[in-house]
Design a protein around this ligand. Structure first.
Ligand code: SF4
Length: 307
């Protein structure tokens, strides 16, 4: 049975909370296939120093090291037992077959890196978009993989369980340039959004929570520029932000939460400053202009007015 150890740095615990909501497999089903060696909030069997000693002495094997939260090389900061998190990381990174960074802070440093204003607060292998995390860009775990980043604030539990099960089943994990599993992060929240027809015909939503309209033009939706399968793997299996009438605010990207004005679309002479990924501004203006002119009468009606 593969083993997993969960470590926390500078974190709000959000990814742990998310993991507890896992379904299919659930938290308990997952950890009936994998041995959980330690988790700071959940552990019950053995104390961390004892587990660490056994791993160090190779009495137990560490297959998957999971890190939640940003890290810093400051040895007085973020301690676990008698050791600092960086001291623990140095020991465990030499033993782990795989390392997974869960959440934006562990992946890119994000909120702690931004608000501490300390350049030493980082993600595991990145600091925002730079390959300058706690570990060098060349760092590889024993399996040959770099740190696998599962981004999000928080992550969807299925993104984590699917990645862990791919490791357990010895499946190859293809990574994008930010070391995220492509199978999950090649999608955008725009893919599968039930407002796509409104987007195509440029029918705008006027208010948060409305069932009609797209949230891109006025309300700041980042669905077309964010890498995350939020409308493919639904939250609680039933919904997503855009389905509930809230714009996607790009919480899986490295620039979250650097941006301002989350709930409005920055425009220049009526044209969004950022257009959907893969589309030139010129193409976007042409297509949206045509759609607006042609009008789809069905979509212009409120749902309650339709027959
Ligand atoms: S609400 Fe957002 S994700 Fe949905 S279609 Fe509009 S831009 Fe795309």
């Amino acid at each position: 049975m593969k083993t997993l150890l969960w470590l926390q740095g500078l974190t709000c615990n959000g990814n742990t909370q998310s993991l507890l909501n896992a379904e299919n497999p659930s938290f308990y089903e997952l950890f009936s296939k994998i041995k959980l060696l330690f988790h700071p909030s959940i552990s019950y069997r053995e104390s961390f120093p004892l587990v660490l000693k056994k791993i160090k002495e190779e009495k137990i094997r560490l297959d998957i090291l999971v890190v939640e939260g940003a890290v810093t090389a400051d040895k007085n900061f973020c301690r676990i037992g008698n050791l600092s998190v960086p001291e623990v990381l140095d020991i465990l990174s030499e033993k782990a077959q795989f390392i997974i960074a869960v959440g934006n802070c562990a992946s890119y440093g994000n909120i702690p890196a931004l608000f501490s204003k300390n350049p030493d607060v980082k993600g595991l292998q990145f600091r925002f978009t730079e390959k300058g995390g706690y570990f060098s860009p060349q760092f590889r775990t024993k399996s040959g993989y770099p740190v696998i980043n599962i981004t999000g604030c928080p992550i969807h539990p299925a993104w984590f369980t699917q990645t862990v099960l791919a490791i357990v089943e010895n499946r190859k994990i293809l990574l994008d340039k930010y070391n995220r599993p492509k199978e999950l992060f090649m999608y955008l929240p725009h893919d599968g959004c039930i407002r796509n027809e409104y987007f195509e015909w440029k029918v705008e939503s006027e208010e948060f929570g409305h069932k009609e309209g797209c949230l891109f033009y006025n309300l700041g939706c980042r669905g077309p520029m964010t890498h995350a399968p939020c409308n493919k793997i639904l939250w609680n299996r039933i919904s997503s932000k855009t389905r509930a009438g809230s714009p996607c605010f790009g919480c899986t990207e490295f620039d979250f939460p650097l941006r301002e004005n989350y709930f409005e679309t920055k425009k220049n002479i009526g044209i969004p400053e950022e257009v959907p990924l893969g589309v030139s501004k010129r193409a976007y203006i042409t297509i949206s202009g045509v759609a607006k002119t042609l009008k789809n009468e069905r979509l212009l009606k409120k749902l309650e007015d339709t027959e």
